[in-house]
Design a protein around this ligand. Structure first.
Ligand SMILES: NC(=O)c1ccc[n+]([C@@H]2O[C@H](COP(=O)([O-])OP(=O)(O)OC[C@H]3O[C@@H](n4cnc5c(N)ncnc54)[C@H](O)[C@@H]3O)[C@@H](O)[C@H]2O)c1
Length: 411
């Protein structure tokens, strides 16, 4: 019997007419044996209720390891990628706890997930800040996690150049908090969200996992430091570690349940797909392309765009392949670079809008050309990007954007 079911049962017993009648009779004709039985019953009930209350969080299914059920802590699960990952994990029968401080994510995404998976024991949301080590430790003490997917982060290159300390704090030191809590509470598997920004601007393309990492902005540096902390820790631990270095993430759930909905105030720092959609929907008068004098085929930056469905699939494969004491580092990209101009063309087709493009100076902290060599992840995790048609990924994302003009607030 579950805790709440048990409590309801206990209350029913106390308020049961039979027992009430017994008490009435006992008052009218007090018999020692009945009084003793009633008193003992009440004491037992009282003790059980107190015991249940003091262990209230400890008795939830989330607090127990269960054979055949993998309980994954998804940090940043109210955000763009984390919510898509949580959806996929839930579909695949994982038990999911989302921890998010909603600084950038959307409670609307959590509500969607809760409505899709309402059964007890599948999904819980905990509002907490990962910078608060006491809160994080309490969460780990009260929940039996089998694995952590650590997505939570501030994640804008441009913003990181303006607020570097915020990035080191939020990315590097919060990862340390999560890792320490995992170590203390014996959580055995970590899947870490890293980024191609840790490579900086390498001489040679494509980027392999052996390409030296020389990040050129605080975002990339903070992620590289977090990676180093994890790798140093893993040398003397039995933890299974998978570090996934994503390239540029686009798209959304093909069934239209989730989307990318950054805060309006972040639009300025935003990613290219959001900027294109804003221009297509008229929220902004046009699209600003920053930098046309890079040494690339058309002068604009080249990036490797990975669909979010493929990305979360890589996470699930990484989780399945993670082995105690093992470390896997993988690029997650398509292996193909597309220029900003090509991206804008695909976006025009996907949205049907004639997006006005304004060409500006370079953005600080940007690099010319970045695309992955995804052969390691193909060979070791049997993962390859499936959704590589830019226009199709953008069409799916656009459909969600159009039906959610105010983000999740429109749901
Ligand atoms: N989007 C991309 O193209 C991309 C590329 C490479 C790597 N990444 C990485 O993927 C991860 C997820 O990125 P995203 O695009 O989904 O970002 P997002 O902003 O949509 O989601 C991040 C989530 O983390 C939460 N969060 C931030 N700080 C927190 C804190 N201190 N405590 C608790 N929650 C906190 C936010 O509220 C948000 O819900 C990040 O680690 C990012 O660095 C993203």
């Amino acid at each position: 019997m579950g805790e709440s079911e048990w409590r309801i049962g206990a209350l029913r017993l106390i308020s049961s007419p039979v027992l009430a009648m017994d008490f009435l009779d006992a008052r009218q004709k007090p018999r020692t044996s009945e009084r003793v039985i009633a008193t003992v019953l009440l004491i037992v009930l009282f003790v059980m209720i107190m015991k249940q209350s003091s262990n209230s969080s400890g008795s939830s299914v989330f607090s127990r390891h269960e054979l055949g059920v993998t309980h994954v802590l998804v940090t940043g699960g109210a955000g763009y990628i984390g919510s898509h990952a949580a959806l996929r994990l839930l579909k695949d029968k994982y038990r999911v706890t989302i921890v998010d401080n909603l600084s950038r994510g959307n409670i609307g995404a959590i509500k969607v997930l809760q409505s899709l998976f309402p059964k007890p024991g599948r999904l819980q949301f905990i509002f907490a800040d990962l910078g608060d080590a006491t809160a994080v430790n309490k969460i780990f003490a009260e929940n039996a996690f089998d694995a952590v997917m650590h997505f939570a982060a501030v994640a804008y290159v441009g913003e990181s150049t303006l607020e570097p300390l915020r990035y080191y704090h939020n990315i590097t030191s919060n990862t340390l908090v999560v890792l320490e809590a995992m170590a203390v509470h014996g959580v055995k598997t970590l899947i870490y969200s890293s980024t191609c920004a840790t490579y900086g601007e390498p001489e040679q393309m494509p980027i392999t996992e052996k390409t030296p990492q020389f990040p050129i902005n605080p975002y990339g540096k903070a992620k590289k430091m977090a990676e180093d902390i994890i790798l140093d820790f893993s040398k003397n631990s039995n933890m299974a570690v998978m570090i996934l270095r994503y390239f540029n993430v686009i798209g959304s759930d093909p069934e239209g349940r989730l989307g990318e909905a950054p805060r309006p105030e972040l639009r300025e720092h935003g990613r290219i797909s959001g900027a294109c959609f804003d221009a297509a929907s008229g929220i902004r008068p046009g699209l600003k392309v920053k930098g046309t004098d890079y040494r690339t085929r058309d002068g604009t930056c080249i990036r490797d765009y990975i669909d979010v469905s493929d990305l979360v699939d890589a996470h699930v494969k990484a989780l399945q392949k993670a082995s105690p004491g093992g470390v896997g580092i993988y690029n997650v990209g398509t292996g193909r670079g597309r220029s900003v101009k090509e991206f804008v063309e695909a976006c025009k087709k996907a949205t049907g809008a004639d997006i006005k493009v304004e060409y500006l100076e370079r953005r600080p902290g940007d690099y010319a050309e970045v695309y992955s060599d995804p052969s390691k992840i193909k060979n070791e995790l049997n993962w390859t990007a499936q959704h590589t048609d830019l226009e199709e990924s953008l069409s799916i994302a656009w459909r969600w954007q159009k039906s959610h003009p105010s983000g999740y607030a429109s749901s």
